[in-house]
Design a protein around this ligand. Structure first.
Ligand SMILES: Cc1cc2nc3c(=O)[nH]c(=O)nc-3n(C[C@H](O)[C@H](O)[C@H](O)COP(=O)(O)O)c2cc1C
Length: 183
């Protein structure tokens, strides 16, 4: 069974996770902007990983534009953000990205955040978010953590998340290799 892993990454976390998933499953690997719909026919499973900005999975809308052409494929989507992985955050990401409209498998992974790796535009956006959090009188734990982000990078390697996706791809491979029993 052939698998393609696509990724959309700004500072390298999603790219690294995509590389590890592709390596462990002997999949082809491609930056999402290089993906062409004519490639779909060559694969049984297509994985898309995108980084998260303001709860939106970057590059996902462009990828799902080809959903109708991929309906008979296994589609796996993973997001990479600094938020802690939880059922509540997963639900929020599904809702913000309208993922329940599609027949896909979705995984929320946690990635690193380093203010110093950002370009001008994203620094400005983060500065604004940090200023809002710092101005809060009674910030909750996650708001207080955001206010510290300029000085304290978050360094995470979500190995359990990667392992989960790899094991799902292996299971899909095994299912595809099992002959259908005759009645
Ligand atoms: C402007 C900006 C907004 C962000 N918004 C979110 C967010 O809403 N939720 C989240 O979990 N992470 C958020 N992040 C953190 C990134 O998703 C995280 O650093 C991720 O690991 C980046 O992936 P990449 O290295 O593949 O670009 C934001 C980062 C930036 C720069």
């Amino acid at each position: 069974m052939r698998t393609l892993v696509l990724y959309f990454s700004k500072t390298g976390n999603t790219k690294k996770y995509a590389e590890e998933i592709a390596m462990a499953t002997h999949a082809d690997l491609l930056p999402a902007p290089k993906f062409k719909p004519k490639m779909i026919k060559d694969y049984d499973t297509i994985v898309f990983g995108g980084w998260v900005m303001a709860n939106k999975i970057q590059g996902l809308d462009e990828f799902l534009r080809y959903y109708e052409d991929m309906k008979d494929k296994n589609i796996i989507i993973f997001s990479v953000g600094m938020s802690i992985v939880s059922p509540e955050m997963r639900k929020e990401l599904i809702s913000t990205n309208i993922l329940d409209l599609y027949h896909v498998r979705y995984y929320q992974l946690r990635g690193s955040f380093d203010f110093n790796k950002l370009g001008f535009v994203h620094r400005m956006l983060m500065n604004r978010t940090i200023a809002i959090m710092q101005a809060k009188e009674n910030p909750d734990a996650s708001q207080a953590a955001i206010a510290q982000l300029r000085d304290t990078p978050i360094i995470v390697h979500d190995q359990p998340g990667i392992d989960k996706i790899v094991s799902v791809i292996h299971k899909l491979d095994a299912i595809a290799a099992t002959p259908i029993a005759e009645a």
